[in-house]
Design a protein around this ligand. Structure first.
Ligand code: ATP
Ligand code: MG
Ligand code: MG
Ligand code: MG
Length: 476
């Protein structure tokens, strides 16, 4: 089943069951606590928090999501992308646990010819929160899942919360058994690659109080009205329904890998290392296009930095695969063609998206070679002196003059067996920021005695490193 059809079925299934279909919101969150939308529930947050009254009691969406904290997993696990689409259904004081569980089971197991996804019930494993007897009972007695395929997990995996005070509650997840070629049996509690998590059902039923961490807090009592928030990864379901082993082999991502193969001559399946690079390219180029499509432009702060980091990492991986000239134009074109069906604004905005992407590639290619030489020399010097840590001032120079995001430097140093003095790097970044601030103040007050500062700040072209703002906790 094609990704587009998975999406269509999702929306029509829930629409037929009284849900209002809500289009995906922009990736740029309308939410000061969040850099980018990372879950389907984000646009509905004011309803869940009771700040606004929803105009419906049931809704459904397929939401664009970006999770930069997952960047390290990309290409290495079979199931993580920095961009993915989360299919969701939501109840605002309408149906609760039993309703949500029954709907999920029906959609997953109804045969394809009757509008469902046709998954074999025997392959589905359920997790519930350790204390949630009610959910376990529904899965076992109402739906009929055998007790041995229901597992209990702790707060880390199966309890959700947002804000203090704010809603919280147990989750229940549906996982698909991909079989022995993915390793040991024993259920999702022991093997998350074999029993791949596809759908998370969140039961918002309590009010959360103060606490010391995400796993240790007080529960104040029941919420006046109970809500449902669910999220299913479209790419993960596509992986299962398309009978492939990796989400990068599904229809919308494989074409990008194929394009990268065409541009580099490196075949998918040739070697583990190049396969990871091909997947990184496919993922990061898609994420870049989706971010630019929603109006993000590359920069040194916040969202712009996320985009810069991701795009530059894609470009460097194309280099590792052997590309020598510009590649971004063709990769962007491929992504727009495949994603344009679901997001027609990409086609409408094609010119702008291409212009932004090509400019970023040109800027990076200008400094990549010289920066790489500087890095290689610094690595050689460090090693010759018997060191294992690249000095912070080198990382700063690479960032400031050669446009190397710090994590690119970290990655390239690691490939040669070195770590980086990140504290030193951050200290220099902070000093530079302070110089820039002093400069701005001087300009305002007209003090002449800080000219020296201004010169330094100008010469170093003050930029700000903020990294990935870690307000992107994963929530469904
Ligand atoms: P995992 O444990 O596999 O990292 P998660 O528990 O972090 O997933 P949730 O926050 O529960 O994921 O999100 C709901 C659903 O969204 C998941 O069940 C999964 O299908 C999908 N999903 C989450 N993260 C990703 C990702 N990085 N790439 C693709 N799909 C994802
Ligand atoms: Mg999980
Ligand atoms: Mg989950
Ligand atoms: Mg995760």
């Amino acid at each position: 089943m094609e990704s587009a059809e998975i999406r269509r079925r999702w929306l029509s299934f829930f629409e037929e069951r009284g849900h209002t279909v809500v289009p995906s919101a922009s990736l740029i969150a309308d939410d000061p606590t969040l850099l980018l939308v990372n879950a389907g529930m984000v646009p509905f947050k004011p309803f869940f928090l009771g700040e606004e009254k929803p105009p419906y009691t049931r809704a459904s969406s397929v939401q664009k999501c970006v999770r930069t904290p997952d960047i390290e997993e990309v290409g290495k696990t079979t199931r993580h992308g920095t961009f993915f689409q989360m299919c969701g259904n939501f109840s605002f004081g309408d149906y609760f646990k039993e309703g949500a569980i029954k709907l999920a089971w029906e959609l997953l197991t109804t045969p394809v010819e009757h509008g469902g996804y046709g998954l074999e019930p025997e392959k589905l494993w359920i997790t519930v929160y350790q204390d949630d007897d009610e959910a376990e009972k529904i899965w076992r007695d109402v739906v009929g899942v055998p007790a041995e395929r229901i597992q209990r997990l702790g707060k880390k995996d199966n309890f959700w919360s947002m804000g203090v005070p704010g809603p919280c509650g147990p989750c229940s997840e549906i996982n698909y058994d991909r079989g022995p070629e993915f390793g040991a049996e024993g259920g999702p509690a022991v093997n998350d690659e074999r029993y791949v998590e596809i759908w998370n059902l969140v039961f918002m039923q309590y009010e959360r109080g103060e606490g010391t961490s995400k796993e240790d807090f007080e529960i104040l009592g029941d919420l006046p009205s109970k809500n449902i928030d669910t999220g299913l990864g479209l790419e993960r379901l596509a992986m299962i329904l398309q009978g492939v082993q990796n989400m990068y082999e599904t229809d919308t991502l494989k074409v990008v890998i194929d394009k990268a193969t065409e541009l580099t001559g490196v075949r998918y399946g040739q070697a583990q290392e190049s396969d990871v690079s091909l997947r990184v390219v496919a993922d990061h180029m898609r994420t870049s296009v989706m971010l630019i499509g929603d109006g993000v432009t590359p920069g040194n702060e916040g969202r712009g930095y996320v985009l810069r980091r991701i795009m530059r990492r894609a470009i460097r991986n194309m280099r590792l695969l052997g590309a020598t000239g510009p590649v971004v134009g063709q990769l962007v074109d491929t992504v727009i063609r495949t994603m344009g069906e679901q997001y027609p604004e990409l086609e409408t905005d094609r010119k702008r998206v291409e212009t932004v992407a090509l400019a970023e590639e040109a800027a990076f290619l200008k400094t990549l070679k010289a920066g790489t030489n500087i890095l290689d020399t610094a690595v050689t010097e460090t090693k010759a002196a018997g060191g294992r840590v690249l000095p912070g001032d080198k990382a700063f120079l690479l960032h400031d003059t050669w446009g190397f995001p710090i994590d690119l430097t970290l990655e390239m140093a690691a490939e040669q067996g070195l770590t980086v003095d990140e504290d030193g790097f951050r200290r220099l970044m902070k000093e530079q920021r302070e110089r820039a601030k002093a400069d701005a103040r001087a300009k305002k007050t007209g003090h002449a005695d800080v000219t020296a500062y201004r010169e330094i700040a100008d010469a170093s072209g003050a930029t700000e490193f903020t990294g990935y703002t870690n307000t992107e906790g994963e929530s469904t």
